[in-house]
Design a protein around this ligand. Sequence first.
Ligand code: PDD
Length: 287
Amino acid sequence: MTRTVYVNGEYLPETEAKISIFDRGFLMADAVYEVTSVLGGKLVDFEGHAVRLERSLNELGMNAPCTKEELLEIHRKLVEENEIDEGLVYLQVTRGSDGDRDFVFPDPETTQPGLVLFTQNKPNLADSEASKKGAKIISIEDIRWGRRDIKTTQLLYPSMGKMMAKAAGADDAWMIEDGHVTEGTSNNAYFVKNGTIVTRPLSKDILHGITRAAVMRLAEEAQLKVEERLFTIDEAKEADEAFTTSASAFVMPVIEIDGATLGDGTPGPIAKQLREIYLDEARKKAI
Ligand code: PDD
């Protein structure tokens, strides 16, 4: 099926969608993005993603391409047109194009930001095989830039990290800076020891995950102990269990880190419990 996508004000078949070769998103990765999950044909935590998008745009001095209400309408129309029951909506805002390549930003008064959205159909997103098996993780050095709190499209190193994991027979990589785990290539990272969930505190070093915020709140509501602090990969390797969170995989259990098996090598009870309560609430609150 040919998808209907949204490009700069128009809904088009994906084969007809075009952007300028001078678009700064293409030339400079001068763009920010969001990925919102869809459950039961509805958007999960749209508000959280819209607020983070606004923050990313502000941090980079980019204008918003349209209002939050218009963004919601575009999301909903694409979900409906493409008959998405479970899946993702990808949104990208670029600084646009003033018709040439230049390191200097174009004048925001005269250059419109670009806006692209498309859907990804993932029929078993909630009931995924991967989440039942759990993920194998390797650790790699974190060599990304210093503003990882801004959700930019500079994703070459995270992609390379996934390839390094694949080459090592694993599923994903956690990144390490100054001896401490920052986050996964496209998710936030946690381990559980003696019933306490440990994750890195928010700063410019990691993305402020929308799923993270929900899972932390739900964990506390479920009377689970949560500790936000720096941690090493060795601590995580000796944990009872571990997991990651993201809009594209919700709560994903981790069963192996750098070849060390966690627990009995199957998804841990706390990761499973959090996945269940997260999905339950996400379905109820989706719009
Ligand atoms: N990635 N950390 C990084 C580096 C990420 O790229 C992501 C999300 C997260 C989790 O954030 P959230 O819970 O808001 O999805 C953490 C998205 C899903 C992606 O790039 O596809």
